[in-house]
Every structure is written in structure tokens, then in C-alpha cells.
Design a protein around this ligand. Structure first.
Ligand SMILES: Cc1ncc(COP(=O)(O)O)c(C=O)c1O
Length: 396
């Protein structure tokens, strides 16, 4: 087996400036806790990416960097190959600091304080906090969770909410935290409602490289030229290839006036140049066939972890219910059966009794109060430990 495909390998990430291990590294947390919260992987990166970064590092000159045409081409080719859709080159924009920076910028450009912005809830906290923290008004449309764990959009509610003078709708697709991969019909219905109510759509597709083998990612911009002109779709090799530390993103903005305004803001903030290693790593990820093979293997491994989780919980922890995850390496777990009175009590159970640190559901909005989000991009043995700890803590 290739060294970069041994996903069972436990790699010590402490003392490597890992955000996930920040507390443990700085003596702020309980050293015995297993962190399964932040959305990055515990797996070694695909070897050609490491090689490309090392080779470039040996050049020894690290002045300001700007992506080349080959970099732009590889982004277009990747989307064509993996998603079956091709963005026009003039629609492409780049935001070196990452997807969230781009989302924040477009919110600043298109809205004013007090304006209404809608988000499907629960959702990844920075995507709704970009609304509240910039003093816009958050309009929540709650997702429906069926008895069987299916997650669906309440279109009647969304129609009503978007009619309330909403300026922007923010989506995550695949959905963080549930891992739902929105179907074409669902996205089309969203686009129809957006057109009906004149709402701009931000579609955060950062997890799009990580969809289960039997699912297909639909890019929002591909629903039509009108849809592309009324939206921004956001991409990055960050999630699929574990490059979060390189902070870089690619946007598809169909409206050329908006793109010009976006680029103007970037230049005011002096953020038009690239993160050098982000550009190098992205190019390797999207062009080297070994990296694509690595991605397919990692998806298979994560799908295996998902199956293990479903079975373990069904056999051993009937108090929990896992939402079937179609994409991402995340699992959204309904913990209402544990009988905790609120999210803080649930947090106490996980942190102090089970000694496991998930993302707490309340971070994703009030709808997630008694849920947790687990990160399954870890060796199976780590997942086994996490689940054994939860089971034993319940038993005590
Ligand atoms: C849905 C979603 N969007 C954006 C981000 C962060 O993106 P970036 O680091 O490019 O700002 C994450 C990271 O977890 C995410 O899950």
C-alpha cells in the first residue's frame, strides 16, 4: 500500500500548530479528550501535493505570488471532470483568504445593516454568523428531519421567508452539518424561488469533492446562465484534499459587475495575490491523477467509517440516531435520546464523561441544540475509541 493511502495510520498532530489540537497543545484542555470537531482530516495528504510543496519550498524565494493560467485551467478542468459542468473563465474569481472571506465580502457588497439574509438551518455557524455579526437580520428557514433521518427543505416555509424582502440566501451544498447532497430538483426549486423573490444566492460548495460514490454533486451555477448571474458558487481544494492551512478559494460569479466590485474590494484589502503554497497545492491536487485516485480512496475509507458508525450506534447506542450522510466527512447525530435538558448539559456529557470533543449542535443554531457533529476523517481505530467511550459513558 502507498504510504499516503494508509488511512489507518495514527499520525500525532500535536505540536504541529494544528487548530484541532490547539487546547491540548497549550495546556488549556483535558489531554485525554479525543477531538473530533474541526473539519479537517487526520490523514496524510496525497504524495504529489507534498512533493510539489517541497519542491517549491526548495526554490527558497517566497515573494508575492499570483496564480498562473495553468492553475486557472486546472480548476475549470476539475469541475468539468468531477461534476460534469464547466464554468466560463470570465465567471471565475479568486479569494486567497478562503471561502468565508469571499462570502463576507459579497454580503458587504450586496446588503446594508438591517437587511434580511436567509439561511437554511441548522447550518455551519460562520455562514449564519456572517449575517448576525455584520448586523444584518438572520431569516431562518428550518430544514425538516424525518423519523428516518431524512433531511429535506421546507419549500413552503422557504417561499414564505424569501418573500420577506430577503436580499441573499446562503446555502451549504453538500450541507454542513448533515452531509446532505442537494439534488438537482431541490436546487432548481431554490433557484425558482430566488428568481421569484429576487434573492441572490450564495452556494458554499467547499465540500463538493467529498460526495459518496453513489451521489453526484450538482454545481449551483450550472442550473442556467440566469442562475449563474444571480449567484456566487464557492469552491476550494481545502476539504477534499485536506489543505485548510493553505487558505485559498475559487468563486464562480456570473454577474460581471458584481465580480468587478468583488475584485475591487480584494484590491483595497491587498488580498489579490495568492497564498503561494495554496496555489501550488491546489494545482497538484487538481492535475495529478494520483491525487484524484487518493481522493477516491479517501471517500471509500470515509464511507467505510460511516457504515461502521451506523452499525455501531444501531447495535450499541440506541439513545443516538445518526442522520445518513451523503457527502462530507461529517456525521450529524441526534442525541435527544440521552435525556440532556440542553446543549450545555450535552456538552458536559461529551467533554467530561465521554472525553470526546465533537462540534456541539447548538453551534449550528437552535435547531441543533441536542445534536453533535462528528468528524469521520480519522483512522477507524480512532472512531472505534470515540464510540466505545460514548457507549461506556452512557453505561456509567
Ligand atoms: C461549509 C463550509 N464553508 C466554509 C468553510 C471554511 O472555508 P475557508 O477556510 O475557505 O474559509 C468550512 C470549513 O469547515 C465549511 O465547512
Amino acid at each position: 500500500m502507498k504510504a499516503d493511502r494508509n488511512f489507518d495510520e495514527i499520525i500525532d498532530r500535536r505540536n504541529s500548530c494544528s487548530y484541532k489540537w490547539y487546547k491540548e497543545e497549550h495546556g488549556l484542555g483535558d489531554d485525554d479528550i479525543i477531538p473530533v470537531w474541526t473539519a479537517d482530516m487526520d490523514f496524510r495528504c496525497a504524495e504529489p501535493i507534498v512533493r510539489a510543496v517541497v519542491e517549491r519550498a526548495q526554490h527558497g524565494l517566497f515573494g508575492y505570488a499570483l496564480r498562473d493560467q495553468a492553475h486557472k485551467d486546472c480548476l475549470i478542468n476539475w469541475q468539468t471532470k468531477r461534476y460534469g459542468t464547466t464554468p466560463k473563465e470570465e465567471w471565475m474569481a479568486y479569494a486567497p483568504p478562503g471561502v468565508l472571506f469571499a462570502v463576507n465580502l459579497v454580503v458587504e457588497i450586496l446588503t446594508q445593516k438591517g437587511d434580511n439574509i436567509a439561511v437554511l438551518m441548522p447550518n455551519y455557524d460562520p455562514l449564519y454568523e456572517v449575517v448576525t455579526k455584520s448586523e444584518r437580520n438572520l431569516v431562518e428557514s428550518e430544514l425538516l428531519i424525518g423519523e428516518d433521518g431524512s433531511v429535506t427543505i421546507d419549500f413552503e416555509d422557504l417561499d414564505k421567508k424569501l418573500s420577506q424582502n430577503v436580499k441573499i440566501l446562503i446555502l451549504s451544498n453538500p450541507h454542513n452539518p448533515s452531509g446532505r447532497v442537494w439534488k438537482r430538483e431541490e436546487l432548481q426549486s431554490i433557484a425558482d424561488l430566488a428568481a421569484k423573490h429576487n434573492v441572490f444566492v450564495i452556494s458554499d460548495e467547499i465540500h463538493s469533492d467529498l460526495v459518496a460514490k453513489d451521489k453526484h454533486h450538482i454545481t449551483y451555477y450550472s442550473l442556467g446562465e440566469d442562475v449563474a448571474k444571480n449567484s456566487m458558487s464557492c469552491y476550494s481544494a481545502n476539504k477534499g484534499f485536506n489543505l485548510g492551512g493553505f487558505q485559498t478559494s475559487t468563486l464562480v460569479i456570473g454577474d460581471q459587475n458584481l465580480k468587478a466590485e468583488f475584485n475591487k474590494k480584494l484590491s483595497i484589502a491587498q488580498t489579490t495575490t495568492d497564498n503561494l503554497f495554496g496555489a501550488i497545492a491546489t494545482k497538484a491536487a487538481y492535475t495529478d491523477p494520483e491525487c484524484e485516485a487518493w481522493l477516491d480512496d479517501v471517500i471509500e475509507y470515509i464511507d467505510g467509517n460511516k457504515e461502521y458508525l451506523y452499525k455501531y450506534v444501531a447495535d450499541n447506542i440506541p439513545q443516538l440516531k445518526v442522520i445518513p450522510s451523503e457527502g462530507t466527512y461529517l456525521a450529524w447525530v441526534d442525541c435527544r435520546g440521552l435525556g440532556c435538558k440542553d446543549g450545555k448539559e450535552l456538552e458536559d456529557f461529551f467533554m467530561n464523561k465521554a472525553k470526546v470533543e465533537p462540534c456541539m449542535g447548538y453551534e449550528f443554531g437552535k435547531q441543533g441544540e441536542l445534536y453533535v457533529r462528528l468528524n469521520l476523517a480519522c483512522p477507524k481505530s480512532t472512531l472505534e475509541k470515540v464510540l466505545n467511550r460514548i457507549k461506556e459513558a452512557i453505561g456509567r
